[in-house]
Design a protein around this ligand. Sequence first.
Ligand code: V3L
Length: 85
Amino acid sequence: GQEAFQWFYEGRHGWWEYDPRANADLEAAFLAGESKAELLIAGCLYLIDLHGMMQYNKNDPGKRRTVKRDRVGVACKGVAGIRPA
Ligand code: V3L
């Protein structure tokens, strides 16, 4: 079927959706079979390990977050730090 997928990163007690542009970049890299993607998010460079399913802050790789690819519409905290109104 035509399932749609969304990428999420870990917050405190829940998941945040990546913003639409970052999500599109991650999905394209994933579908191309790439092992990693680099994203510039709010002036910060992040490495996303698409096999290990982990996001690393390139300025401080100790700052890492679990990521997941899940169905569009699953429960989450909001989009890229913005909670629903
Ligand atoms: N997209 C947007 N902002 C991000 C991302 C991302 N992929 N990764 C990190 N940040 P770090 P709670 C998050 C932000 O990992 O209450 C949430 O979006 C990150 O924002 O050390 O813990 C919320 O805005 C953080 O502010 O590089 O669930 C906020 O945390 C900053 O970059 C609180 O969320 C440093 O993260």
